[in-house]
Design a protein around this ligand. Structure first.
Ligand code: NAD
Ligand code: TYD
Length: 350
């Protein structure tokens, strides 16, 4: 019997990882540890909340005493660590919160695991989920490999880079079994509408302006979230100790092209005239320090562990738009209250 603490399991990617582990491995005990910040939502896990091998624990990874007690009580065999502050725009407004959760929180978890697992590091695993943003920004043709030097630019990516370094340090210094994956931008169901794709779907549907930063020329490499969750499963079970894998779908889009595609899809789905949704596109002041291009080379993951994306971007985007259109209640709940304050602070004077 394996007991795994998954942190950040009530968030976007974490909820897909929790669901995958709970349903694929009934013999594992899955503990979802989450603080339930604005980004955490137990409604993301309604379908599995009563599964016998699932338990939710509310708590803050920055709280060292709480973390030490939890590890002592639960005696986990592994950690899959996703809890983080994850939005670049929020990191520009409040960098310290990102240092606390992403750096201090990660070190707290590493310490608790180091103390609990002493003498049996070869039987336990600490899996750290990270981002391609640690590598910085690309020119027009190159790609991020696992050898690319770290060069973060936003407070978010700087905090994730720092946490990656700590995870490697715990492997190199103490011999802990650690694994890191760096993934490109995700999209899919349960994505909080502060990030580009769900925000655009939401605004187009509501006939609100769709904000495009700068000229919309920035390029992101998009991966369907369920393919990311499957990659995490494959890497967790098969990667050698101390290794790193990049995860991505070879799927680069300029922001403006992506938004125009979403407008066309939604024109059809909402029975609008062709071109009607695109009238909502509104260019706004660029993000400070905006990375131009991200692109992941996931050859190592494909060659060594056989993972490739399961669906095309067109299929994934269609599924995602359909999910948002038929989960209006979920969207309404997450966009009420504090979301309105956040939205006006971010966008009203842009
Ligand atoms: P998210 O913001 O949707 O979810 C983060 C979760 O962590 C939330 O449930 C939140 O409540 C929880 N959390 C935040 N602070 C916490 C704390 N102090 N203690 C306990 N729980 C806390 O994020 P996401 O998009 O699902 O990202 C998950 C992980 O994947 C992050 O580590 C992120 O850096 C990484 N990642 C994200 C993307 C992406 O495109 N979203 C891509 C690559 C990597
Ligand atoms: P985002 O979803 O915030 O992810 P990240 O910054 O981690 O890549 O943004 C994706 C891209 O879309 C990024 O280049 C910024 C841009 N963007 C907009 O143009 N408008 C928006 O309202 C948002 C949220 C993002």
């Amino acid at each position: 019997m394996k007991k795994i603490i998954i942190t950040g399991g009530a968030g976007f990617i974490g909820s897909h990882v929790v669901r995958r582990f709970v349903t694929t491995y009934p013999e594992y005990q899955i503990i979802n540890l989450d603080k339930l910040t604005y980004a955490g939502n137990l409604a993301n896990l309604k379908d599995i909340e009563n599964a016998p091998n699932y338990k939710f624990v509310k708590g803050d990874i920055v709280d060292l005493e709480f973390i030490n007690n939890l590890f002592a009580t639960e005696q986990p065999d592994a950690v899959v660590h996703l809890a983080a502050e994850s939005h670049v725009d929020r990191s520009i407004t409040n960098p310290l919160e990102f240092v606390m959760t992403n750096v201090v929180g990660t070190v707290n978890l590493l310490n608790a695991a180091k103390n609990l697992w002493k003498g049996e590091y070869d039987k336990k695993r600490f899996y750290h989920v990270s981002t391609d943003e640690v590598y910085g920004t690309l020119g027009e043709t190159d790609m991020f490999t696992e050898q690319t030097a770290y060069d973060p630019h936003s407070p978010y990516s700087a905090s994730k880079a720092s946490s990656d370094h700590f995870v490697r340090a715990y492997h190199d210094t103490y011999g802990m079994d650690t694994v890191i994956s760096n993934c490109s931008n995700n999209y899919g169901s349960y994505h909080f509408p502060e990030k580009l794709i769900p925000l655009a779907i939401h605004n187009i549907t509501e006939n609100k302006p769709v904000p495009v930063y700068g000229k919309g020329e920035n390029v992101r490499d998009w991966l369907w979230v369920e393919d990311h969750a499957r990659a995490i499963d494959v890497i967790f079970h098969n990667a050698a100790t101390g290794t790193t894998y990049n995860i991505g779908g070879h799927n680069e889009w300029k922001n403006i092209d992506l938004i125009q595609l979403l407008c066309r899809i939604l024109d059809k789905k909402l029975n609008r005239e062709e071109g009607e949704s695109a009238k909502l596109i509104t260019y706004v002041t660029d993000r400070a320090g905006h990375d131009l291009r991200y692109a992941i080379d996931a050859t190592k993951l494909k060659n060594e562990l056989g993972w490739t994306p399961s669906i095309t971007f067109e299929e994934g985007l269609e599924k995602t738009v359909d999910w948002y259109l038929s989960n209006n209640e979920w969207l309404k709940n997450v966009t009420s209250g504090h979301y309105q304050d956040y939205y006006s602070e971010q966008y009203n004077n842009r």
